[in-house]
Ligand binder design. Sequence first.
Ligand code: GLP
Length: 233
Amino acid sequence: MKVVKVETVEEGSELAFKLIKEAISRGAKVFGLATGSTPETFYKKIIASDLDLTDKVSINLDEYVGLGESDAQSYDTFMKEHLFNKKPFAKSYVPNGKASDLEAEAKKYDQTIAENPIDFQILGLGQNGHIGFNEPGSSFEQTTHIVDLTASTIEANSIYFDKKADVPTQAVSMGIHSVMQAKEIVLMAWGDKKADAVSAMVNGPITEELPASILQKHPNVTVIVDKAAAKLL
Ligand code: GLP
């Protein structure tokens, strides 16, 4: 696990942008993407660039159960607004949180990942150490599955909703096993709310109680942290 400390979100996002450009020049075709505030500046840099992604594939990590393309707070909408509308991919996959059979949707998503092995995975980090929506206690062996969100994640994500009661309590998430199959992973974390999780991810024991700690075992991970997120390292 390579840890790079940067001064600002801007500098960290520029580094992540440099890494994705290098991956593309080496032939990367499939990109695992994340939502949340963390990658927003990185996505802005992609939009402002001359990168052409129209022959690439993107696969998002997760979606809230019950939300979809017609909902403002869905991750589908987030990705369109923050990236896809300006930089379309040949094909972009986001789990369907409105599927009538969510188990079947999860299986279908695993099939999509199997057919499109991820070359380059972007990750954010939950305050409790989650990646995607793999909450503490998630098995490292899991593939795409339905998750019950923890109270702390609902609280953290409620800033995107009118009120906490509007935050869905479940999500469909790519599993840790699938994330670990990506050839290269870049995880970004900004701000002191992430400092505990960053410290445990980098220096703590590898444990399902801190899902991101498994990344210590991945052969090609770059963790990019700003000063505040790195303050306990
Ligand atoms: C959400 C998402 C994650 C994201 C994390 C951090 O729950 N499912 O993919 O990395 O929370 O969000 P943020 O980047 O807004 O801090």
